[in-house]
Design a binder for this molecule. Structure first.
Ligand code: NDP
Length: 448
């Protein structure tokens, strides 16, 4: 039996980072992956999605350019070209991940790994003895139990559709649903988004939710709120008939469920070893990512503290530093910024107004809504919205939120300020970069 200081199960963002850093601290490390190195983010998540978001935005850019004197000749959009080019890039990244691991001295294994006992991992008939085991197996799309759901796809399949659907229904109101509604709509697919609640992006600031909801409708998405899918039937011509809870029916070529993700924690032998999990399947860990079993740790979506790639990476890095680097390091889950690459995009850091009011006595909000300078020459009616949430007593900025062009790029910098504990006076004292949208974060003087 081969012996390792660390065996990592799962070759996504969290597992790969942990394996590399542990190896750099001198540990003997093996990593196991059953699909492709890179994980959800690289293979069928953040990266290919963002490439598709770029693709979808061009039609607006072509239209806007007319107002700047250009007359682009657009002959159409070719789905196959996009998918092939995207796949080539994903193959490149997949190899980069493998190179990073092998250059760090990590042994790369392929196959489904399971725990024989708390110190033995089995993969493809091979047994590995592990000083420590890290579970970083990520998550999997959740498909609700609806009649005919087998005729729908999840975000795993959406990246590999052979043809662009002429019509699509996207179910859900979270990150993936709004992102793919924007992608399909931007590429010219007749797009309906169906969400069971009163407004999309539950958990985000309410003003952001309603602003984005309005913008999506302006862009042409048929957004049906407080609606559920009841049944899906496959028609002879290959399309789907979708029955909705409002009594209506809709025919579409593709129906995508983006209804959340569940942790990949079954079939690994975790129950057999006695690792504690929540009822939903998330592995329960302490602040050092340690499970109830002394030498078994878990990071990333399988723990689901915050299901974001950079969070998984942070957790994996902190684990490796703590356990193999002799550095006392915990992952810090406060003020994690995030973006939704909808069209227009959303970005946020810190508390929503709603949460701030629950936690603080006196909360002020500052907001601004406007058309960006670029669109003063175009007929593009997109509007940008920015908001700061401030604790009146300490003057501390508790949250920043934005819907609009470049929101994610702008919010990364704002997140540094908020992480550093910036006050509203610090924002006010910062000179804006003119003319930008970002400067609004420094010029909002009057509370709402
Ligand atoms: P989310 O949890 O963001 O959204 C799931 C959506 O599906 C919610 O609107 C939820 O409604 C709805 N839903 C859940 N169950 C059902 C059901 N049975 N019937 C109808 N609707 C249902 O999950 P996603 O799948 O969009 O994404 C998973 C995670 O991946 C995200 O939470 C995020 O952490 C990460 N991600 C991050 C991205 C980024 O950073 N840009 C991009 C994509 C994913 P309700 O709100 O009512 O519960």
């Amino acid at each position: 039996m081969k012996k390792y200081d660390l065996v990592v199960i799962g070759g996504g963002s969290g597992g790969v980072r942990a394996a590399r850093i542990a190896a750099s601290h001198g540990a003997k490390v093996a990593i196991c992956e059953e699909y492709r190195y890179g994980g959800t983010c690289v293979i069928r998540g953040c990266v290919p999605k963002k490439l598709m978001v770029y693709a979808a935005h061009f039609h607006e850019d072509f239209a806007d350019s007319n107002f700047y004197g250009w007359s682009p000749e657009v002959r159409g959009f070719d789905w196959v070209t996009l998918i092939q080019n995207k796949d080539r890039e994903i193959d490149r990244l997949n190899k980069i991940y493998e190179n990073l691991l092998s250059n760090a001295g990590v042994e790369i294994l392929y196959g489904t790994a399971t725990l024989r006992d708390s110190q033995t991992v089995s993969i493809e008939g091979q047994l590995l003895q592990a000083g420590k085991i890290l579970i970083a197996t990520g998550g999997t799309p959740f498909m609700p139990d609806i009649e005919g759901v087998e005729h729908a796809i999840s975000s795993n399949e959406v990246f590999h559709l052979e043809q662009q659907p002429q019509s699509a229904i996207i179910v859900g109101g979270g990150y993936i649903a709004v992102e793919f509604a924007g992608i399909f709509n931007g590429l010219g697919t007749a797009t309906t988004q169906i969400y069971r609640g009163p407004q999309i992006l539950r958990g985000f600031d309410d003003d952001i939710r309603s602003h984005l909801g309005r913008e999506l409708v302006k862009k042409g998405i048929d957004l049906k709120l407080e609606t559920n899918v009841e049944k899906i039937q496959l028609l002879d011509d290959g399309r789907r008939r979708v029955s909705l809870s409002d009594g209506s029916e809709q025919i579409c070529e593709c129906i995508l469920f983006a209804t959340g993700r569940t942790p990949n924690s079954t079939g690994l032998g975790l129950e057999h070893v006695g690792v504690k999990m929540s009822w939903h399947g998330e592995i329960l860990v302490d602040e050092y990512s340690k499970t109830n079993i002394d030498n078994i740790y878990a990071v990333g979506d399988v723990v689901n503290r915050i299901a974001l790639t950079p969070v998984a990476t942070m957790e994996g890095h902190a684990f490796a530093d703590q356990v193999f680097g002799g550095i006392d390091r915990r992952a810090d889950h406060s003020n994690v910024p995030s973006a939704v690459f909808s069209q227009p995009p959303v970005a946020t850091v810190g508390l929503s107004e709603h949460l701030a009011r629950e936690r603080y006595d006196q909360v002020d909000t500052y907001s601004s809504e406007f058309r960006i300078l670029k669109h003063t020459l175009t007929d593009n009616q997109e509007r940008t919205f920015m908001k700061l949430v401030v604790d009146r007593d300490s003057d501390k900025v508790l949250g920043a939120h934005m819907v609009g062009t470049d929101a994610a790029e702008i919010m990364q910098g704002v997140a540094i300020a908020i992480k550093a504990g910036a006050s509203k006076s610090d924002f006010d004292a910062t000179v804006g970069i003119h003319p930008t949208s970002a400067e609004e974060f420094c010029t909002m003087r009057t509370a709402d």
